[in-house]
Design a protein around this ligand. Structure first.
Ligand code: ATP
Length: 886
C-alpha cells in the first residue's frame, strides 16, 4: 500500500480509525491478536539442543571424554561410565544455569522496550511499543526511536535520521502532505516515519500503517546487527586464564607421564595419572559460575531500580570514581513550580504546591488578582501559547504530560484562571523547538485579525542578548544598559534562591512565511521573567556522602544558570568550600589541556551544552578517572557513549540515550546510581571470592598429586574423585559465594583500579598459599593412612578424598573476606551454609552408600577417623599466615 499518496480521509477509511479518537480498546485488542506483536523477530534463537551441546565444546571436557573413551577401551568400564556421568551432570547444570542467565537477559530487553503515546478512545495513553497495531494514532517526539511505520498527519519542525534504512546520515525534513507520485523511494517519502529511525528534532503525530515484520525495517531485518552477547572483560580474562591452565596442565601431564614411564611404571597407569593431573588443574565449573553470578547480580540490580543494558557495566561500576550527574530530575525532584514572576516594575510571588493549579499571587505580600495586571496577564497568556505541556488530574493527583519546566508555567497560568481554551482566537502557525544547545524556543502566532508575532522563551542570559526593547505597561521602551542591568539583577536574585529562570520576549512580524529562525529570534521585546523552584530529592545528600566515603566524586552537570546550580549544589552538600564552579562560556574559552588541569577541583558545571559534556567526560578520563555519566536528551548520546558507564533515565530519557547507555535508572534517581555502584562492587568482590575458592582448591589438588608422584607413592586420588570434587561438591559453595552479602566496608574503600588483575590485592598469594596447605594436609592424611595400612590403597584414598573435600569446605568460609575468617559471622550467608551442608551430605553418600563405593573407589570409614580428618582439614583455614598485599 502506498500510504504516502493518500490523504487523511482515505487513510482513516482504509484503516478504520479516527485521527481525533484513535481506536477503541477492543479494536486495538482484536488487531493485536490478528497482527501479532510489533517486534522484529529475533535472529534465530539459539536452540536448546545447541546450548546443551555447547557445554561440551570446552577443550578440557573433550580431553576428558577422550581419556574416558581410552580407559573404557582398556577395560575400565566403571571409571569410564562414572566420568561420563559426572561430565553429563555438569553439562546439564551448566545448561540450566546458562538458560536461566539467558532468560534474565532477555527479560532485560523487554524492560527496555520503548513506551509510545497512543490515542485510544479519545484519550492519550502510554503503551508498550510491542502493542502497537495499524490504525493506532501515535505521537512522535524528539529523541524517540520510531516504533512502527507511521504516516504523518501533523508535524512540527520534524526531522528524522533514517540512516539505518537509507544510509543517509543527514536527518530528513518531514512533512504531512500527501505526495502525488508513484514509486517514491523510502528516503523521499517525506510524510512517512519509519520504524527504527531516530527523531532528531521537533514532534509530530500520525497513524500507524505497518507493524513488526511488515515494516520497512522488518523486511530488511536480516541486515540488523546481531544481538549476540559480548563477553565482559572479566569473562575474557578468565577465558585467557583457562587457556593458560590448559597448556600448563598438558605440559605437566606429559612431563609426569614421561617421568613415570622412565621410572618403570606401566604406561596405562601413567596415562591415567596424567589425566587426573589435568583434571585437577582445570577449574571446570568456573566459567558457568561467573556467568550465573553476573546474571544474578543483574537481577538484584533490577530490584534496586537499575537496569543493566550491557553486562560489562556491572564490572565497570565497581571501578567508577566520578559520577557526572544531571541536575534536573536526578538530583532534584523535577517537580517544577513557579515561585516568582517579574514583569517590568512588578515582582509577584506565587503560592501553591507541585502541579496543583491552585495558588495565590502576591504583590508586596498582599494577595492580588493576577488578571488585573495587564502585563502579567499578557505574559501568562503568551506562555500558554509557547508551551506544550498539559496538566493531568488523576483523582486530585496532578501530573504533567510533557516538559516539567513548561508544565510549571502552564500551572501558573491556570492559577490565574487562564487556559488554552480562552485563547481560541490565537493560532500557533510555526514552532522553533527547544533544545539544550539553543536554550530557547519560539512560536509564531497569528491572532484573529491575521496579525503575526513571535513569542520566545528561554534562558535569560541567552534571550537578553537578543533583546532590543522592553514592554513597560503600555509603553515599548528601548532596552538600555541600565534596564538590562536591572533585569540581570532580578535574575540574580532569583537564581541565588536556587530558582531556575525563564525569560519571555515577543516581537511583531510581517506576513512572510520564510523568515529565518535567527531573524525571528532577534530584536525582541522583553515582557517578563519567571523563577521556578525544583527542590532537591530527599535522600540525594546522603547518597552523595556515601559515594564520597567510597572515594567516588559526584559532579553536577546542568543546563541551568551558575547561581541556580551552585545554590542547589550547596543544599546537597555536593560542593565543598574550596570546590570550583565552571560555566559553559568558560569551558568554551578553554582548550582541552586547560580543562584537564582545572577539572580535579570542579564540582559544578553550569549552562553547559551537550557538546561540553563530551569534553568533560574526556577531561576526567585523561585525569585517570573511570567516569559514570548521566544524560536524557538526544544530544547527550555521544557523551554517554564516550563515558565508561553511560547512564540514561528510564522515565524522562529518550530512546536514543537509552540505547547508547549501559545502565538505565528506572526511577531517574541519583541514589539508584549509588546502589548500582554498591552492587557492582559487591558482584566483583563475590566473583573474586569464588575464583579464590575454586583456584585454591585446584592448586591443592595438583600439589597433592605432584608431591605423591615425586615421592614415588601411589596416587592419592583417582580421576573420578577429583572430577567429583571439582564439579559437584565445589559447585554449590562457589555459587553461594556469588550470592554473598557485601562486607560492611564495601562503600568505605576507594574504587578498584580498573587495570588491576583479578588476582591483585593479595588474592594470588592467598590462592597459592592456602592451596599449598590444602595439598599438604591431604597428602599427610593419605600418607598416615597408607603407612598404617599399605595393602589397602582404597582406604587411604578415601581418607585423602574426604580430607580434600572437608578442607575445601572449611576454607570456603575464609574466602568471604579479605580479612581473617573470624571477621565475618560464619552463618551470615545462609546459602553458603546450605551449600556446604549439602556438599557434606553428597560426600557422605559417596563414601557410605555401598552401590556407589566401587564407582568412586571409596570404602566405609570408622567414625574415629573423622577426628583426624576434621583436625587436618581445619589447618589450612585456621593456621595464621603472614598477610601480603601485592
Ligand atoms: P539538567 O542538565 O540539570 O538536567 P536541563 O537539561 O533541564 O538541566 P536545559 O534543558 O539545557 O537544562 O535547560 C537550560 C535552560 O534552558 C534552563 O535553565 C531554562 O532557562 C531554559 N529552558 C529549559 N526548558 C525550557 C523550555 N521548555 N523552553 C524554554 N527554555 C527552557
Amino acid at each position: 500500500m502506498k500510504w504516502y499518496t493518500k490523504n487523511q480521509a482515505e487513510i482513516e477509511e482504509k484503516l478504520q480509525t479516527d485521527m481525533r479518537f484513535g481506536l477503541t480498546e477492543k479494536q486495538a485488542y482484536n488487531r493485536l491478536q490478528q497482527q501479532g506483536e510489533n517486534t522484529i523477530a529475533d535472529q534465530e534463537k539459539i536452540s536448546r539442543f545447541y546450548l546443551f551441546v555447547q557445554q561440551f565444546k570446552d577443550f578440557m571436557v573433550l580431553v576428558l571424554l577422550g581419556a574416558t573413551l581410552i580407559s573404557g577401551l582398556l577395560g575400565e568400564y566403571i571409571d569410564a561410565i562414572a566420568i561420563m556421568a559426572i561430565v553429563l551432570l555438569n553439562g546439564l547444570l551448566g545448561f540450566f544455569q546458562e538458560q536461566k542467565a539467558e532468560k534474565s537477559l532477555s527479560k532485560l530487553k523487554e524492560l527496555s522496550a520503548p513506551v509510545v503515546t497512543v490515542l485510544q478512545e479519545g484519550v492519550w495513553v502510554n503503551k508498550s511499543s510491542r502493542e502497537l497495531v495499524s490504525g493506532d494514532i501515535v505521537k512522535i517526539r524528539t529523541g524517540d526511536r520510531v516504533s512502527a511505520d507511521v504516516r504523518l498527519l501533523e508535524i512540527n519542525s520534524l526531522e528524522i535520521e533514517e540512516s539505518v534504512l537509507t544510509g543517509e546520515s543527514i536527518p530528513a525534513v518531514k512533512d504531512d502532505k500527501p505526495i502525488h507520485k508513484e514509486n517514491v523511494e523510502l528516503g523521499d517519502q517525506q510524510n512517512m516515519a519509519f520504524s527504527g529511525t531516530l527523531v532528531t528534532r521537533g514532534s509530530g503525530m500520525g497513524v500507524v500503517v505497518a507493524t513488526g515484520m511488515s515494516t520497512a525495517m522488518g523486511q530488511i531485518a536480516s541486515m540488523l546487527s546481531s544481538t549476540e552477547r559480548m563477553p565482559t572483560p572479566l569473562e575474557r580474562k578468565l577465558e585467557e586464564l583457562g587457556k593458560i591452565l590448559i597448556v600448563t596442565a598438558i605440559l605437566l601431564t606429559v612431563a609426569v607421564a614421561l617421568l613415570g614411564i622412565y621410572q618403570g611404571h606401566p604406561i596405562y597407569e601413567m596415562f591415567l595419572a596424567g589425566v587426573s593431573l589435568a583434571v585437577a588443574a582445570i577449574p571446570e565449573g568456573l566459567p558457568a559460575i561467573v556467568t550465573v553470578a553476573l546474571s544474578l547480580g543483574v537481577q538484584r540490580m533490577i530490584k534496586r531500580k537499575a537496569v543493566v543494558r550491557k553486562l560489562s557495566a556491572v564490572e565497570t561500576l565497581g571501578a567508577a570514581s566520578v559520577i557526572c550527574s544531571d541536575k534536573t530530575g536526578t538530583l532534584t525532584q523535577n517537580q517544577m513550580t513557579v515561585r516568582q514572576i517579574y514583569v517590568p516594575k512588578k515582582h509577584f510571588f506565587v503560592t501553591g504546591k507541585g502541579y496543583n493549579p491552585k495558588g495565590k499571587f502576591l504583590l508586596n505580600r498582599k494577595r492580588v488578582d493576577p488578571l488585573h495586571s495587564e502585563s502579567l496577564s499578557h505574559l501568562l497568556r503568551y506562555i500558554l501559547l509557547c508551551s506544550h505541556a498539559e496538566i493531568m488530574n488523576n483523582k486530585g493527583n496532578y501530573q504533567i504530560d510533557g516538559d516539567p519546566t513548561e508544565g510549571a508555567l502552564v500551572v501558573a497560568a491556570e492559577k490565574a484562571g487562564l487556559s488554552r481554551h480562552s485563547l481560541q482566537g490565537m493560532k500557533v502557525i510555526r514552532e522553533i523547538p527547544f533544545d539544550s544547545s539553543r536554550k530557547r524556543m519560539s512560536v509564531v502566532v497569528e491572532d484573529e485579525k491575521g496579525k503575526r508575532f513571535v513569542i520566545t522563551k528561554g534562558a535569560p542570559d541567552v534571550l537578553l542578548k537578543r533583546t532590543s526593547w522592553i514592554q513597560d505597561g503600555k509603553e515599548k521602551l528601548p532596552f538600555t544598559p541600565k534596564k538590562e542591568k536591572h533585569i540581570q539583577h532580578m535574575m540574580q536574585r532569583m537564581t541565588n534562591e536556587a530558582l531556575r529562570t525563564i525569560a519571555v520576549c515577543v516581537k511583531e512580524i510581517g506576513a512572510s512565511k520564510n523568515d529565518q529562525d535567527f531573524q525571528l529570534e532577534s530584536d525582541l521585546t522583553f515582557i517578563g521573567l519567571f523563577g521556578l523552584m525544583d527542590p532537591p530529592r530527599e535522600d540525594v545528600g546522603e547518597a552523595i556522602n556515601i559515594c564520597r566515603d567510597a572515594g567516588v566524586k559526584t559532579v553536577m552537570i546542568t543546563g541551568d544558570h551558575v547561581n541556580t546550580a551552585q545554590a542547589i549544589a550547596r543544599q546537597l552538600q555536593l560542593l565543598p568550600p574550596n570546590g570550583k564552579v565552571l560555566d559553559g562560556y568558560q569551558i568554551s574559552a578553554m582548550n582541552d589541556e586547560e580543562l584537564e588541569a582545572l577539572i580535579p577541583d570542579v564540582y559544578v558545571f553550569a549552562r553547559v551544552t551537550p557538546e561540553h559534556k563530551l569534553r568533560i567526560v574526556k577531561a576526567f578520563q585523561n585525569n585517570g578517572h573511570v567516569v559514570a555519566m548521566t544524560g536524557d536528551g538526544v544530544n547527550d548520546a555521544p557523551a554517554i557513549k564516550a563515558s565508561d558507564i553511560g547512564i540514561s533515565m528510564g522515565k524522562s530519557g529518550t530512546d536514543v540515550t537509552k540505547e547508547a547507555s549501559s545502565l538505565v535508572l528506572m526511577d531517574d534517581h541519583f541514589a539508584t546510581i549509588k546502589s548500582a555502584i554498591e552492587e557492582g562492587r559487591n558482584i566483583y568482590e563475590n566473583i573474586r571470592k569464588f575464583i579464590r575458592y575454586l583456584l585454591a582448591s585446584n592448586v591443592g589438588e595438583i600439589l597433592v598429586m605432584l608431591f605423591a608422584m615425586m615421592l614415588a607413592m601411589p596416587l592419592p586420588l583417582v580421576p573420578v574423585q577429583i572430577l567429583w570434587v571439582n564439579l559437584v561438591t565445589d559447585g554449590l559453595p562457589a555459587l553461594a559465594l556469588g550470592l554473598d552479602q557485601p562486607e560492611r566496608d564495601v562503600m568505605k574503600r576507594p574504587p578498584r583500579n580498573q587495570k588491576e588483575s583479578v588476582f591483585s590485592r593479595g588474592l594470588g598469594y592467598k590462592i597459592v598459599s592456602r592451596g599449598f596447605l590444602i595439598g599438604l594436609v591431604t597428602l599427610l592424611a593419605f600418607m598416615f593412612a597408607y603407612q598404617k595400612n599399605p595393602d589397602h590403597l582404597e582406604y587411604a584414598q578415601t581418607i585423602a578424598f574426604t580430607t580434600l573435600v572437608m578442607s575445601q569446605l572449611i576454607h570456603v568460609f575464609d574466602c568471604r573476606s579479605d580479612n581473617s575468617v573470624f571477621s565475618r559471622n560464619p552463618i551470615g550467608n545462609l546459602y553458603l551454609v546450605g551449600a556446604v551442608l549439602s556438599s557434606v551430605l553428597l560426600l557422605l553418600v559417596v563414601v557410605y552408600y555401598e552401590p556407589l563405593q566401587p564407582i568412586f573407589h571409596t570404602v566405609e570409614l570408622p567414625l574415629t577417623e573423622w577426628i583426624y580428618i576434621l583436625a587436618l582439614s581445619a589447618i589450612p583455614t585456621l593456621i595464621w599466615m603472614p598477610s601480603r598485599k601485592e
